[in-house]
Design a protein around this ligand. Structure first.
Ligand code: NDP
Length: 328
């Protein structure tokens, strides 16, 4: 095959100039491994890239899509062989290296991990960067020493991808989970994932006292901005928040009071460049701790032609849970 189908962003803008078109294989970016892609997903970052609402893509032409699963077609990496099922999350794929919304990808083998035996390629993309990030957040809170007997956890942006995964994982691990959402209609959905309580995100959106009532042992925050500041002000002494998202803002308009007067910790999560061994450890935990029925509850599937519309919906806050893209 001298060419392959891809969604291509050709020039910046809001929205950028993009089209589904054929790309020349000879023009692919360097990489010792060629993968035939079967599934991808639409994350918030993909939404920012495709709508141009965030500076995710800075070189053109670019194939967006930060996550894929697929089958190795050819490789020079001694850890891999043709026919292996693999998964990729992040590493700048879909940002600086041609990405997942395509029939083929060429990447360094170092960026690929084996598809966990617990999951199909479609399930791996239902998890995607969102689920893997939620698991990194859970593991960071565990490393901090938090245990369920210390009190409830709050998850913000709970009806989104990372949030849904965080609710399901924390509940499976025995935490009492409160889900914060702006979508009251998703309260039953969040309870099905394991939330014991659901609160309106408006309660976290207004500036309050530097130290509020101590309510939560910890939290996983997908929203940032005032929401993260309010959450920090309500964390119990020696608790922690794993911060992974900016769906509500990149700023941090708060005070140091929770850190210096309650010993609260803010744990930053960046899934993109986590070393390979730590990725495999997170995926092993997903295989152990994620209930496949809950994964199915939070997943919808779309086709190649639906990627752009789904990207628009995710940045508008209209996607519930996770979206798998069936590429073939
Ligand atoms: P989703 O769009 O699926 O979820 C985001 C959720 O945030 C929405 O569903 C909504 O939840 C809430 N939200 C959206 N806009 C606002 C707003 N203005 N104010 C308050 N809440 C809002 O995205 P993902 O789950 O894929 O990603 C969540 C965030 O995490 C993104 O910022 C993303 O970039 C980031 N991320 C970071 C990673 C990392 O490595 N650090 C990896 C993966 C994601 P609800 O409807 O329930 O209110």
């Amino acid at each position: 095959m001298a060419s392959f189908k891809a969604l291509v962003i050709d020039a910046p803008g809001t929205p950028p100039r993009l089209a589904i078109r054929e790309l020349n294989r000879a023009a692919m970016m360097p990489g010792d491994t060629l993968v035939r892609l079967t599934h991808s997903t639409v994350n918030y970052k993909d939404g920012l890239a495709i709508t141009g609402r965030g500076p995710v893509v800075r070189q053109f032409p670019m194939v967006p899509g930060i996550d894929f699963s697929g089958i190795v077609e050819a490789t020079e990496d001694p850890r891999l062989k043709p026919g292996d099922a693999v998964v990729l999350n992040g590493w700048g794929v879909g940002e600086t290296h041609w990405g997942a919304y395509a029939e083929l990808a060429q990447v360094p083998g170092e960026w690929l991990i084996p598809l966990p035996v617990a999951f199909t390629p479609a399930q791996a993309m239902a998890i995607g960067t969102a689920g893997y990030t939620a698991m990194l957040a859970v593991m960071a809170l565990e490393r901090h020493g938090l245990v369920p007997s210390q009190g409830p956890m709050l998850v913000t942006g709970a009806a989104g991808g990372v949030g849904s995964m965080a609710v399901a994982l924390l509940a499976a691990l025995g935490w009492s989970v409160t889900a914060s959402t702006g979508r009251a209609a998703e309260a039953d959905y969040l309870r099905r994932l394991g939330a014991t309580a659901v609160i309106d995100r408006a309660a976290l959106a207004e500036p309050g006292k530097p130290l509020g009532t101590e309510r939560w042992a910890g939290g996983i925050d997908c929203v940032g901005g005032q929401t993260l500041v309010t959450l920090l002000s309500q964390i119990r002494a020696e608790g922690a928040v794993a911060a992974c998202g900016l769906a509500g803002g990149m700023d941090l308009p708060g005070t140091a009071a929770p850190f210096i007067l309650r010993g609260v910790s803010l744990l930053g999560i960046n899934s993109v460049f986590v070393p390979r061994a730590a990725r495999i450890a997170a995926w092993d935990r997903l295989a152990r701790d994620l209930d496949p029925d809950k994964l199915a509850t939070m997943t919808t599937t779309v086709g190649f032609d639906d990627i752009v519309a789904t990207a628009q919906r995710i940045v508008d806050g209209g996607v519930r849970g996770r979206v798998v893209v069936a590429l073939t």
